[in-house]
Write a protein that binds this ligand. Structure first.
Ligand code: NAI
Length: 462
């Protein structure tokens, strides 16, 4: 008899959500976690601490940019960096302890240590071997390395080191204009750091709707971020507390070097699965390093599953959570399902950026007939009142049926507004369904309705 119905390796959003749902469904569950605290990358060194720093620095930005306009006089506060970091750590602590509480409440065993899988159905933690009917790999991801760049987490840092720098650097080079680079680049730009972002491609945030990416870059540039696009970083080396970054412009092949106080490497992440013993077990790994699974998260080994960043798909906490819940249902003999067509993506800068479904470029390349409903936040009274009129809502709908195919938002609370569209897409709604729904005034959500109206006879305030 196995000790557990399920052992889940990793307590990030994928693992802990899977554990809680499995326990709720009556399974006897253990989670293996080697970190001192639960919650994985997201809670400890990812989503949550970065949002705390984004919030704190946004407040500072508001003081500088907008307070006097509203008659709030008295000058900008000074930044106590140590206190700001302590606030961030406190937010992290509250959240990781929250997961510990939920584990106790749901009678989930925390096996402290790093796991290996010596044989099917077995998980080794320290010297102990535990057995389980189901084993779930939810070990997440780590920053991928870049040739010629040696991370020391002091001068040349990943997102982890960027959350605990000793001082606010005067200058910073960010390698990669993806989500991490732009969120953390924004944090430091707002703190007064001169931030230069070097991006390999010719646009920021690859994969994002081009309309949004263009507006986003313009707004970030206005906030002080400098962009060098179409440039491949060749090397970054640290000496005596400073760094040199060499890059090559792809078009001209011209090389240049920048000296800086700090380098943030944000060029993507890769599955964190080495050390589990998967090779010896014969687990099938895809060419890009993810564990191969079927539609039910099953690997080629019976009773061994994988979810989240360790498998294919967007590396997002909420995607992992959904997979965790679906897998728990499957392990409990029910049917679990994830709708990959409706997974929102959010960048928590100011303004926020969000998207779901198809981009306009994807629809074009697939030769689909579509229509665009676009509405600027300049026509939204609430956004104007808080100096956030720069941005828009763009809804893409099928030209014939009006069914919503995607939406892209840049503007205030974009990360929350997108969920109205997600629900609509889950229900297979048309743009007109949103347009006919009464939206409270004055709210940012009215801009979503106006974009839906723009898919039909036209927005009112445009
Ligand atoms: P990313 O994949 O979003 O962006 C990496 C960027 O680096 C790309 O634009 C790429 O073209 C560029 N790049 C690669 N090699 C380069 C080189 N040699 N020189 C210059 N540029 C180069 O990766 P990122 O930002 O590191 O994020 C990793 C993962 O974490 C992503 O999947 C992201 O979705 C996720 N994440 C999500 C967040 C959110 O949902 N708000 C927050 C933070 C991370």
């Amino acid at each position: 008899m196995a000790n557990y119905d399920a052992i889940i390796i990793g307590s990030g959003p994928g693992g802990y959500v899977c554990a809680i749902r499995a326990a709720q469904l009556g399974l006897n569950v253990a989670v293996v976690e080697g970190r001192e605290t639960l919650g994985g990358t997201c809670l400890n060194v990812g989503c949550i601490p970065s949002k705390a720093l984004l919030h704190a620095t946004h407040q500072l930005h508001e003081v500088h940019e907008n307070h006097e306009k509203m008659g709030l006089m008295g000058g900008a506060p000074t930044v106590d960096w140590a206190r700001m970091l302590a606030y961030k750590d406190d937010v992290v602590g509250q959240n990781t302890k929250g997961i510990e509480f939920l584990f106790k409440k749901n009678k989930i065993t925390w096996l402290k240590g790093w796991a290996t899988i010596p044989a099917p159905g077995q998980v080794k933690v320290g010297e102990d071997i535990h057995t389980a009917k189901n084993i779930v790999i939810a070990t997440g991801s780590e920053a991928s390395s870049l040739p010629g760049v040696t991370v020391d987490e002091k001068v040349i840092v990943t997102s982890t080191g960027a959350l605990t720098l000793n001082n606010i650097p005067k200058t910073m080079v960010v390698i990669g204009a993806g989500v991490i680079g732009l969120e953390l680049g924004s944090v430091y730009a707002r703190l007064g750091t001169e931030v230069t972002v070097i991006e390999y491609l010719d646009a920021i945030t690859p994969g994002m709707d081009a309309d949004v990416a263009k507006t986003f870059q313009r707004i970030l540039s206005k906030q002080g971020l400098k962009f060098i696009l179409g440039a491949a970083v060749q090397s970054a080396t640290a000496t005596k507390g400073r760094a040199k970054v060499t890059y090559k412009l792809r078009k001209t092949e011209a090389e240049a070097t920048i000296e800086t106080d700090c380098v943030l490497v944000a060029t993507g992440r890769k599955p964190y699965i080495s050390g589990l013993g998967l090779e010896a077990l014969g687990v099938e790994i895809l060419p890009r390093g993810q564990i191969k699974t079927d539609a039910h998260f099953t690997t080629n080994i019976n009773g061994l599953y994988a979810i989240g960043d360790a498998i294919t798909g967007p590396m997002l906490a909420h995607k992992a959570e959904d997979e965790g819940m679906a897998l728990a249902e499957i392990m409990a003999g029910k049917s679990g399902h994830v709708n990959y067509a409706v997974i929102p993506g959010v960048i928590y800068t100011t303004p926020e950026v969000s998207s779901v479904g198809f981009t306009e470029e994807q629809l074009k390349s697939e030769g689909r007939a579509y229509k665009v409903g676009k509405f600027s936040f300049m026509g939204n009274a609430r956004a104007k009142a808080v100096f956030q009129g720069d941005g828009f809502v763009k809804i893409l709908a099928d030209a014939a049926t009006d069914r919503i195919l995607g939406a892209h938002i840049i503007g205030p609370m974009a990360g929350d507004l997108i969920h109205e569209i997600c629900v609509a897409m889950e229900f297979g709604s048309s743009a007109q369904d949103i347009a006919l729904t009464c939206h409270a005034h004055p709210t940012y959500s009215e801009a979503v309705r106006e974009a839906a109206l723009a898919c039909g006879d036209g927005a009112i305030h445009a």
